[in-house]
Design a protein around this ligand. Structure first.
Ligand code: RNT
Ligand code: ZN
Length: 420
């Protein structure tokens, strides 16, 4: 036995003494889907080749060499990243402007699956699922910061056409790939300064979204999500699609509510929202991100917030009520490394949740023994989850964390350097 196997064998014995089956935990982790966000690879620029800058209140900072400039290069980078990710249910999520090509005269309001043919074949070859989100930003029709809630009907109709197109593309992905596609609506609309009328934009957004969703698809094809936000750069004073707008919208129309971990006040616990929504049969799309002082979209690290999210996910997940997409964009570091580090940290947070001997802690709490609850929760932190994680990677023939950088450097020299 090598060192990883020896450490795992001891950890397995310890967890077994606490009633936790580490083999079962690793097998469960294999089956939890994770959608890798393509837009970390192209800095959310997309491939329409129209030179539109990133708008909508998001920011990508840094100019690390090697950004993917075409969908082919992006797929090449995603292939490299996924070699370093364990799990049997990896997927990829696109933005609506990351198509393979736009046909002459075509615009975002009338896209179809042909625009994404390269993605469809690539995913079919790899037997992975695809998700897609309309890009209601980085386009001249995002006018005065408004898209679906714009007072001009022609502008709303353009964006409704884009949202409807993306849902049809999602359905086409699902039919060919055999797995439902999540189609998430994030609408950047809002105002830099205090609005006069907070109601009218929200009434227009509600009606426009109802039109986007008017074409009915079975949930075996399209899983619709709506994403709330607190503010963006240049959208500091009012976001039309706030959490208070979308939570009832999603509940009444049986849509997934998308909780982006960067879209709430820094002291808010997103983990706490999971049970509150799931216990009422609500369904969630998690956008796994890390805000530093604001929705800065930093690469996720294994911090307390991510651990809480992993623990609550394991506690509430029934296989069909919570869906997962990474969502961050850091252009100051190697973009393949950003995917790999962030994805593996989320998988670690889930494994730690799966390994937690929480039954006993719940019993202390039920009995009102809050002393034992505190002592137990702190003692759990010392359990050897990393020995299980290292063995999980070894047994799935995935590189160990300490061996990732040589692979990243090699790809950088062989492929990314040639793009500059
Ligand atoms: C923006 C939202 C949204 C975007 C993607 C690019 O703050 O998080 O999900 O990250 O649409
Ligand atoms: Zn998001």
């Amino acid at each position: 036995m090598n060192l990883t196997e020896k450490m795992y064998s001891a950890a397995r014995e310890l967890y077994a003494s606490l009633g936790i089956d580490t083999e079962k935990a690793m097998a469960a982790l294999d089956e939890i889907p994770l959608s890798i966000h393509a837009w970390q690879g192209d800095d959310v620029v997309g491939f329409e080749d129209t030179g539109h800058a990133l708008t909508g209140g998001c920011q990508v900072t840094g100019n690390y060499p090697g950004r993917a400039r075409t969908s082919e290069e992006l797929r090449q980078d995603l292939d490299e990243a996924m070699k370093m990710l364990p799990g049997k249910k990896l997927r990829v999520c696109l933005q609506g402007h990351e198509m393979d090509m736009l046909r002459p005269g075509q615009d975002r309001d009338n896209l179809d699956i042909e625009n994404f043919a390269g993605w469809l074949d690539w995913a079919a070859d790899r037997k992975i699922g695809m998700d897609i989100a309309p890009a209601y930003y980085s386009h001249p029709k995002l006018d005065r910061g408004l898209s679906l809630s714009h007072p001009d009907k022609a502008i709303r109709d353009f964006w409704i056409g884009h949202g409807q197109s993306c849902r049809r593309v999602a359905a086409a992905f699902a039919r060919r790939l055999g797995t439902a596609a999540v189609c998430n609506q994030w609408v950047p609309d809002g105002y830099k300064d205090t609005p006069a009328d907070r109601l009218a934009p929200r009434e227009r957004l509600q009606d426009a979204l109802d039109e986007v969703f008017s074409e009915v698809f079975p949930e075996t094809e399209v899983l619709d999500a709506v994403e709330s936000k607190l503010f963006g750069i240049g959208v500091e004073s009012y976001t039309v699609g706030s959490y208070d707008f979308y939570l009832p919208y999603a509940a009444k129309r049986n849509k997934l509510i998308c909780l982006d971990t960067g879209h709430f006040h820094p002291t808010e616990s997103i983990a706490d929202k999971i049970s509150a929504i799931c216990c009422q049969q609500g369904r969630i799309l998690l956008h796994i991100s890390r805000g530093v002082r604001w929705d800065s979209d930093h690469v996720t690290v294994l911090d307390d917030a991510l651990l809480d999210l992993g623990r609550e996910t394991v506690r509430n997940w029934n296989g069909n009520n919570i869906f997962f997409t990474l969502d961050y964009f850091d252009a100051s570091i190697n973009r393949v490394a950003a995917w790999v580090i962030g994805a593996r940290n989320w998988q670690k947070a889930l494994l730690i949740g799966l390994l937690e001997p929480s039954k006993e802690i719940y019993e202390y709490e039920e009995r009102g023994d809050f002393t034992a609850r505190l002592a137990g929760k702190e003692a759990i932190k010392l359990l050897p989850w990393s020995a299980v994680w290292n063995y999980y990677c070894l047994s799935r023939e995935i590189v160990a964390d300490c061996k990732i950088m040589p692979l990243i450097r090699n790809y950088e020299q062989q492929v990314l350097a040639a793009r500059e």
